[in-house]
Design a protein around this ligand. Structure first.
Ligand code: ZN
Length: 260
């Protein structure tokens, strides 16, 4: 078995106002994690958490970690610096009040902005998992940053790695999009994978979904998504762990790599 971080971004369905994923998918997903003795980090949008406090407490009770995925899921490059600060500060307050002990942050849509790591440090976060280490026209350009590092200010960076020779992000949505064209010979072994619970829903929302997101979400939804996720776990003998567990298990390798 190989330890791999499992991360789930818990937000409204595809940036709509729908909340089917947290209502319908979360219970089955938690059961599956229990069955496989897996642990995961859920990066939660905290204004959604205020509407579903029971579900958030259930995630904590079953031994998983909660991180912040901002308060409102607004993209950080579209807001003022004081609003960014508020997204970081308020989401931690709200989630901690629900008993979460938040350590980590993931920026909405993997969009980072200058100064984010200092703001995270100021509000007592210990790690950031916002970089998507891939190249995708107009979206990601972070191929080099694919390994965990510690910043000069002490903040641990856990980038979302790529998992094939084509540098595709290690996410369930991409595994579904390109299924079944991934073969073991094309795959790298990522230290972390990420997904959204709305990927397990049968239906896409009929409105308000961006065309590129619709395209990436169209293939292998619902039961097929469950199957792809289960196969990925079994075939590669993955033992899923949380971000915090990973940091605790790898203190030496993280402390050796300091960066600005
Ligand atoms: Zn998100």
């Amino acid at each position: 078995m190989r330890n791999v971080i499992l991360t789930i971004d818990l937000e409204r369905d595809w940036d709509t106002t729908n909340t089917d994923a947290i209502k319908k998918v979360l219970p089955r997903f938690l059961d599956l994690l229990d069955k496989n003795r897996s642990k995961a980090t859920f990066f939660v949008v905290s204004d959604l958490a205020t509407k579903f406090p029971k579900q958030i407490k259930q995630i904590v009770k079953r031994g998983h970690e909660i991180g912040s995925h901002s308060h409102t899921h607004r993209h950080l490059n579209n807001i003022r610096f004081d609003e960014l600060e508020q997204e970081v500060k308020k989401s931690k307050q709200v989630l901690d009040r629900l008993g979460c002990n938040v350590q980590g942050f993931r920026a909405p849509a993997g969009i980072r902005v200058a100064g984010l790591s200092d703001v995270l440090k100021r509000y007592k976060y210990t790690y950031n998992s916002s970089t998507i280490a891939s190249w995708f026209p107009g979206r990601y350009n972070e191929l080099a940053n694919d390994k965990p590092v510690v910043r000069h200010n002490g903040l641990v960076e856990l980038p979302i790695p790529n998992f094939t020779m084509f540098r595709i992000p290690a996410g369930l949505s991409y595994a579904r999009l390109f299924h079944p064209f991934f073969t073991p010979s094309l795959s790298k072994q990522p230290y972390m994978v990420y997904m959204h619970l709305h990927e397990f829903l049968d239906r896409l929302p009929s409105n308000k979904i961006r065309p590129d997101v619709w395209l990436a979400s169209y293939r292998n939804r619902g039961e097929r998504a469950w199957k792809i996720f289960e196969n990925m776990t079994k075939k590669h003998e993955l033992n899923f762990i949380t971000c915090n567990d990973y940091i605790k298990l790898n203190p030496n390798s993280l402390s050796q790599k300091r960066t600005n």
